[in-house]
Design a binder for this molecule. Sequence first.
Ligand code: GLU
Length: 417
Amino acid sequence: MLESLGPVLVKYPEFTEAKIIERICEPERQLIFRVPWQDDRGVVHINRGFRVQFNSALGPYKGGLRFHPSVYLGIIKFLGFEQIFKNSLTGLPIGGAKGGSDFDPKGKSDSEVMRFCQSFMLELWRIIGEHTDVPAGDIGVGGREIGFLFGQYKRLTNKFEAGVLTGKGLVYGGSQVRTEATGYGCTYFVNEMLASKKNGFKGKKVLVSGSGNVAIYTLEKVHQLGGKVVAMSDSNGVIHDEKGINLETIKQLKEVERRRIKEYCDSHKSARYIPNGNIWDIPCDVAFPSATENEITGKDAKKLVKNGCIAVGEGANMPTTPEGVHVFIQAGILYGPGKAANAGGVATSGLEMQQNASREAWGFEETDIKLQQIMRNVYVLCSEAAEEFGAPGNFVVGANIAGFIKVARAMIAHGIV
Ligand code: GLU
């Protein structure tokens, strides 16, 4: 991020004078708390909860909650820092934050997840609110968890404050397209990059790592646009089927039954399962890393480029290591970094907040069109900033600069706070 900003600081000396870099790197507030809960057998467990309120120059703090055993303060801080600039790129009035816990939802019953969420909210409610901080989902936090968190917040505050969380169910204030938004948005972003080269998804062979919310709706949109997803994965292994991955089977396995991806091969005989496999070894035209951070190393990136990959859209946050990013940029392929390519999720959260504030509920198509417009704008912003600052076609530089300038201007306007 900082490497990209050199030319911006030269052009705007007032940013250096106001110590914007030093201020932006320091979160405005960080909360770490104990989350005690009891499992179904009555055994007591203790997890650690986090909320890092990084920057509120553009609007209320906004960003997801991640429940995963790997979570610690450093992960939440890097995600919160990314979120500031991603949210800025959406053009919506939202600041940057992130939170979560080292709780592992895998293998837990619905009642255990509910008790955990209730205990988590018993602490978190003090520092959130529709005008203050609006959490949503991330890895391990989906519709079920947001429902439990919302129920507890409502009970504690005695207020139906719909705008306090996003990613809610459609029957109690959620937005159409929020479930699909990150995957759809990432596909729209890559489609914009391809269109700039007079290309498109028709006939393209596509890899989508992961099989969570982002991966599933990337698969759906890629197929709608005429591409073919030939492989997906989970933390145990990879499924590969040159005939294309079936959306309905994946949805049933992952969204309904919460099972492992290996079981896909039971009902699809043309598919092969590669235990602990590396999805990036499979030749493709387009890659969507949509699992987690650091999943594409320098070596993986080289393999992708060598195998003919022409575009990468990051559905996950920072899935490519710095070495991998370097390989993509040097090779001159179309590379959409997460803070731009996956901004559709939080953007649609912003649309959910708009609907909650006006007590409206828009239709699916209407909301999807707004998402498409936002992704086109994000693409144009990145592309123009890259051009203006001497790195045409480099969306890493473009996204970092375009996201940063808006936040820096707002911080200057607010004085030394
Ligand atoms: N966790 C998502 C992200 O990384 C969405 C956050 C939100 O909707 O607030 O952008």
